[in-house]
Design a protein around this ligand. Structure first.
Ligand SMILES: Cc1ncc(COP(=O)(O)O)c(C=O)c1O
Length: 382
């Protein structure tokens, strides 16, 4: 053979030279089939569906979620929009919790409506009967997020799921806060459990990914068909990182939860603080539901300051040294944002009584974080 041919075929590896703890990062669009029959017999034939690292991650996430099937998407938002699209058609109606992550609302308003799906938003504080009272014969899906983005309203997801089921309506829950570990949506009757793996599963603020978990065989088929039809795919390196994060998820969440609660308790006693919106804090909104259904808390919660000007809110944030100012959460680092500018799209106005802030408590010492917050609250007090 000519050298140009030998260079193409040399260096092939059939089988792994050694077994490692984690899966190999197999890169490949082309998958070589063993024989002609395998071309069309349903054998994995193309790398977009995932290779060793993606399959190992899907297996591990199925274990975490108690799912029959996991599909992976290149971001949490993509997982939400893909799952919603997979079960809806023109003429359907969807009920979405008003506190949903804002980009999901944009998707519903701009994309679903354009394709003939009617969208209504419901108050996150409503019980199951009142939510279902807003359904109509065209309602196909209820989208929940619990606790709600930015303001941490807890929903009785199990009751909503049970009531929806009797009406033939599907439920989908964004469980990024529960991370598949603190709350198990599928075990509580939710049909579709979605999480932004970007947050706690990946855990290091450097990978985007999302997952959709289902048990029902019909839904599994719908999600598999949808991922094929839309062509979503995640990179093997990213899947590897997500799997690596998953290995330490439980340990990290324990620490985020303990530290978050310590900081929340301290904040609740500060004169500049009106309310702490932390579902695991006794007396906070939604605490009873959290206690009933959750095995722990993560590091994300809300905080309402006593009324103060926007300039003072900015001064509070700018005075923080350990808390970075950033829109994400779930990583090892502490973060803070102000939220009021994000609430204007909601259809149910809620007066929180003062500036609404969101904190993510990372893996630093909670004592150091408290010192940092004390300094910023002093600045806020002027
Ligand atoms: C509750 C919630 N769901 C979904 C997402 C989307 O995740 P991603 O950034 O991976 O698209 C986010 C991101 O902040 C979020 O906070």
């Amino acid at each position: 053979m000519e050298e140009e041919t030998r260079l193409i075929h040399a260096g092939k590896t059939d089988g792994l030279p050694a077994r490692t703890v984690s899966p190999p990062v197999q890169r490949g669009s082309t998958v070589l089939l063993p024989n002609a029959t395998a071309l069309y017999d349903g054998t994995l034939g193309y790398g977009r569906a995932g290779l060793s690292a993606q399959f190992a991650l899907m297996d591990a996430l199925a274990e975490l979620e108690g799912a029959r099937d996991i599909q992976l998407y290149p971001s949490g938002l993509a997982a939400m929009t893909a799952a919603i699209l997979a079960v809806l058609k023109a003429g359907d109606h969807v009920l979405v919790v008003d506190t949903v992550y804002r980009p999901v609302r944009y998707f519903c308003d701009r994309v679903l409506r354009r394709f003939g799906v009617a969208v209504d938003y419901y108050d996150a504080r409503l019980g199951a009967d009142d939510v279902l009272a807003q359904a109509n014969p065209a309602t196909r899906l209820i989208v929940l997020e619990s606790p709600g983005s930015l303001s941490f309203e807890m929903q009785d997801a199990a009751a909503i799921a049970a009531a929806a089921r009797t009406r033939g309506v599907l439920t989908l829950l964004d469980n990024t806060w529960g991370a598949g570990r603190l709350y198990k949506p599928l075990a509580h009757g939710i049909d579709i459990s979605v999480q932004a793996l970007t947050k706690y599963v990946c855990g290091h603020s450097d990978v985007f990914m999302g997952s959709v978990a289902t048990v029902d065989a019909g839904l599994v088929d719908l999600m598999k068909a949808s991922i094929q039809d839309h062509g979503w795919s995640v990179a093997p390196e990213d899947a590897y990182q997500a799997l690596r994060g998953l290995r330490t998820l439980a340990t990290r969440l324990d620490r985020h939860g303990e530290s978050g609660l310590a900081v929340a308790r301290w904040l609740a006693g500060q004169p500049q603080v009106l309310r702490v919106l932390h579902p695991a804090l006794p007396g906070a909104p939604g605490h009873d539901l959290w206690k009933r259904d959750y095995s722990g808390a993560c590091g994300l919660f809300g905080l309402v300051l006593k009324p103060g000007s926007p300039e003072r809110v900015e001064a509070f944030l700018d005075a923080l040294k350990l808390f970075g100012l950033g829109f994400s959460w779930g990583g090892f680092e502490s973060l803070a944002i102000s939220c009021d500018q994000q609430l204007n799209k909601r259809v149910v106005p809620v007066d929180y009584g003062g500036p609404l802030m969101r904190l993510h408590v990372g893996l630093e010492s909670p004592d150091d974080l408290i010192v940092d917050l004390q300094g910023a609250l002093d600045v806020y007090a002027g």
